[in-house]
Design a protein around this ligand. Sequence first.
Ligand code: ATP
Ligand code: MG
Length: 435
Amino acid sequence: MSAKIRAIRGMNDILPEQTPYWHHLEQVWREVLPAYGYREIRLPLLEKTELFKRSIGEVTDIVEKEMYTFTDRNGDSVTLRPEGTAGCVRAAIEHGLIHNQTQRLWYQGAMFRHERPQKGRYRQFHQLGVEALGMEGPDIDAELVLMSARLLERVGLAEYSVLQINSLGSAASRSSYRKLLVEYFSDHLDQLDEDSKRRLHTNPLRILDSKNPQIQPLLEQAPRMSEHLDPESQRHFQGLLSYLDDAGVNYQVNPRLVRGLDYYSRTVFEWVTDRLGAQGTLCAGGRFDSLVSQLGGRPTPAAGFAIGMERLVALLMERDSEPANGARPHIYMVVAGVERVERRGMQIAERLRAGVPGLRLLLNCGGGSFKSQMRRADRSGAELALILGEDELAQGSIIVKPLRSAAQQLAVAQEDIGDYLARHEIFSGGESGSH
Ligand code: ATP
Ligand code: MG
């Protein structure tokens, strides 16, 4: 036997036991996003490297050390997308979607970052991304926050998540605040860890985001962005909070909340949970008013968020004691006997699938004794077994045997079995995998 080939570290197979959770999330997206007028856009996985360097920023974790970048056969530098906003904005500019009009867009799919794999942190992971382009006021920020709240609520995770919110101010107020921070940290250089020292002159705001417990007291005492906001950003932030108060949404203003990407300004927010250890951010977003012009478009205000799908699935799986089982068949069909029985069974199965919409029928394939087929029927989780043997073939009948109740089995004429099943309550109680 040849040696086994394993998946690349940090790139997960999503097995059939897990896909019902993914379907559940995707179904919630398809219900909630259109309710707010957001439309789906599908974007390439691979983009020019330049796109991410220019948007995310050269001195961010992502661009410095996490990108899957390679030279393709033409000698062009290309990168597997580490996030979706840059590609979405690129497409919006390229196709004139934000030419004298606003856009509400969403997308879903795989993102790639060469991080150290651990629980909740992978090298291929999946996001739902939402972007609102062309709107400046705090109303759209509020809409995004409320929509993210509704998404989490519909998914069934509202009670596990807390909203944190902050304002990073305008680019100008941030750059003067940045100077204050650098001064403050330079005065306390001896208390900084290596990571923070490295960031001091490249991305000092990111130091505030450090999880190192030893530097927390230093961070507590650091000057606060909220005390150095420009008046416009201050008004914007207060406006957003008023909308959230009106909606009765609970939030915590966290003055140390920053984002790992350069393009954010003003509003930033995160939904966090305490149930997933260190990887507790479920959803992260904010405003990025300078990104469109940074990518060559006309200055256009913008805001958005991204939800990490693996983290929602992990929470749902932790919450459910029993695995979801969305694709459990309603019927297992036993075909025991000569080849003619199997051929007739295939015909009946096809006729039932065509005639009873929504029916999930698992036909026994690969032979086996009556006894072993009945064992498979039981293990399949089906409500009913349909049994076709040589006697039934001769009589033109088929046996209906309840598998989950003490009810008696009975013989039904083959031509009546479709009507019988349509009348029978096979769909009730057999459903699961809904959350
Ligand atoms: P962190 O500070 O945790 O690295 P980030 O700032 O890199 O987060 P974003 O780029 O804003 O995160 O991504 C948005 C969301 O996508 C995160 O809140 C998280 O739920 C999810 N996410 C980000 N990176 C990963 C990853 N490597 N594996 C799984 N999910 C991820
Ligand atoms: Mg990261």
